[in-house]
Design a protein around this ligand. Structure first.
Ligand SMILES: [Zn+2]
Length: 294
């Protein structure tokens, strides 16, 4: 699942290769994009910049046109030199933007829309996003407050689901969700009403630290894929990079207890946790007092 860090890396790679260049070729298999291209051609426009917002990638063209894409589970942007062999099947191609000797190819892109600055402003996709965990303007205190506010309105919401809610904090996906609450020693199924301000701050701080570490070490590379080499443990060894994600049945790297997995939330997303490092804490029920039973 592409997370904010993958989109950030993809946008940065696209920015490096395309920004300031004139589009010399545009091809798409998506009817909606093709009809915009027919009416107001992409070729001849300049790529002004490429940005990530949460899990959205925005490619700004001159003449007030923005290509907004979301990769969901399957999509990816690749960069190729002309003549270079593609590393994904031709029939998965949805968009190709060519600038001179470089192709940016969007494979299996499930959501792609052209926008003007104004329609983007109105689009709920981007305008409703919460604080972007990879934005320089992200502040731990502000993110913790956003979670607290959401928790006040939804006291039964489970913390791991809240971390996936892009309207609270944008950019966290399913892998980091489990890794962050493990590092914060918070059980992923705890309800918001049981979580202290201190814990929310810890979660907000770890979220930023993990996601930033994941985008920090990029070397110049040809392909911006989502395969990624994420590490939250700090280990380089392929088998030791993550604390709990996809480690059910194996020993916790901290305490040796057995990591568990359970489906959680509306999308039944897999959640991994250590029952010993992340103990369950029941909600207090202050309203069930003896006075009320009279
Ligand atoms: Zn443990």
């Amino acid at each position: 699942m592409p997370e904010g860090d993958s989109i950030f890396r993809a946008a940065r790679a696209l920015q490096k290769s395309l920004a300031g260049k004139v589009v010399t070729g545009f091809e798409t298999t998506l009817a909606k994009l093709a009809s915009v291209d027919d009416q107001s051609p992409i070729v001849g426009r300049t790529v002004e910049r490429v940005e990530a917002r949460g899990k959205w990638c925005l490619i700004f063209f001159s003449g007030d046109l923005i290509l907004l894409t979301h990769m969901r589970m399957s999509g990816s942007w690749h960069l190729y030199k002309i003549g270079e062999r593609w590393q994904a099947p031709r029939n998965a191609m949805r968009v190709v933007i060519t600038c001179g000797s470089v192709h940016a190819v969007g494979f299996s892109v499930p959501v792609a829309e052209f926008h003007t600055a104004r329609s983007l402003e109105r689009s709920s996709h981007v305008s409703g996003l919460g604080l972007d965990v990879l934005d320089a303007a992200y502040r731990v205190g502000e993110a913790a407050r956003a979670m607290r506010e959401f928790g006040r309105a939804h006291p039964d919401a489970e913390i791991a689901n809240v971390l996936l809610n892009q309207r609270v904090i944008a950019g966290i996906g399913n892998i980091f969700k489990s890794e962050i609450v493990f590092a914060a020693a918070v059980n992923p199924f705890r309800r918001m009403e049981t979580i202290s301000d201190r814990e929310l701050e810890r979660i907000a701080e770890i979220a930023q630290r993990y996601m930033q570490a994941s985008v920090a070490e990029e070397k110049a590379q040809g392909i911006a894929t989502y395969a990624g080499n994420r590490s939250t443990t700090g280990a380089r060894d392929r088998g030791a990079r993550l604390w709990v994600y996809r480690r059910q049945g194996q020993e916790c790297r901290r305490c040796g207890a057995i990591i568990e997995m359970r489906r959680q939330g509306t999308g039944a997303r897999s959640t991994y946790w250590c029952p010993s490092c992340q103990p369950w804490i029941e909600a207090e029920k202050p309203h069930l007092t003896s006075r009320e039973s009279n």
